[in-house]
Design a protein around this ligand. Structure first.
Ligand code: FPP
Length: 229
């Protein structure tokens, strides 16, 4: 969800204003995905590296979590959205942890769409935490394979993403779901996140549909139909 700061700057507004609009874009996008039958949407809301931002921006983003949960939780819950938070919760304040817990508990039985919010998340952190948990469980080196480690990854409850969208014009992954995007189709758009909506989502989905996915294999031509007269 990149581009909030630039979106605000273009309007001579503080960066926080862009993040606030970013929350509205997120709620719109959840609805648009649910309407299109997409069952999993995962968004990068705060990375392990975002702590390097000025302290007023960090505290603004933390405050926005509380505002967003109180403003939108009831609506999202009614729409059948299950909310899951992925990331290291140990470093966030009790208030933020509690708001996330409330959002998860209130929506845990919903299944129309699962919205995973990556918060204080990093792809490398995820690989390390999964390995640590496997070791703590007594998994032996020779027992460790991709499937076994995958069960300890933060998003083990969800399938790997088919489509990875980055807004804001940068063309990199920036430590998002490193393990999970191994075979995702990547889509980059210059659209700034607060402007993201139905039209941008449909453009990304159309692009995705035109891709040929081989997962490291080769495209097999369909076997010829044999017609006997
Ligand atoms: C990147 O844009 C955006 C972020 C670091 C924050 C994204 C957060 C939101 C959309 C709010 C979500 C909040 C909740 C509660 C889920 P940027 O600031 O790097 O923009 P720039 O590249 O234009 O400077």
């Amino acid at each position: 969800m990149d581009g909030n700061g630039r979106w605000a700057k273009k309007r001579f507004m503080p960066r926080f204003f862009g993040h606030k609009q970013g929350v509205d874009a997120l709620v719109r996008t959840v609805q648009a995905c649910a309407d299109r039958g997409i069952e999993y949407l995962t968004v990068f809301a705060f990375s392990s590296e975002n702590w390097k931002r000025p302290s007023d921006e960090v505290s603004g983003l933390m405050g926005l979590v509380l505002v967003a949960v109180s403003k939108y939780l009831t609506k999202l819950a009614k729409e059948g959205v299950r909310i899951r938070i992925v990331g290291d919760r140990s470093a966030v304040s009790d208030k933020v942890r509690e708001a996330w817990g409330q959002a998860e508990r209130a929506t845990e039985h919903n299944r129309r769409i699962t919205l995973s919010v990556a918060f204080n998340y990093g792809g490398r952190w995820d690989v390390v935490q999964a390995t640590r948990c496997a070791l703590a469980d007594g998994v032996q080196p020779e027992q460790l394979d991709e499937a076994r480690l995958g069960r300890y990854m933060a998003m083990s409850y969800a399938p790997d993403p088919d489509l990875f969208i980055r807004t804001g014009g940068e063309v990199r992954i920036s430590n998002f779901l490193l393990w999970q995007v191994a075979y995702s189709e990547l889509y980059f758009t210059a659209c700034l996140w607060p402007d993201f909506g139905d039209a941008e989502l449909d453009a990304a989905l159309a692009d995705f549909r035109a891709r040929e996915r081989r997962f490291g294999g080769v495209k097999l031509e369909p076997a010829p139909q044999v017609v006997s007269a």
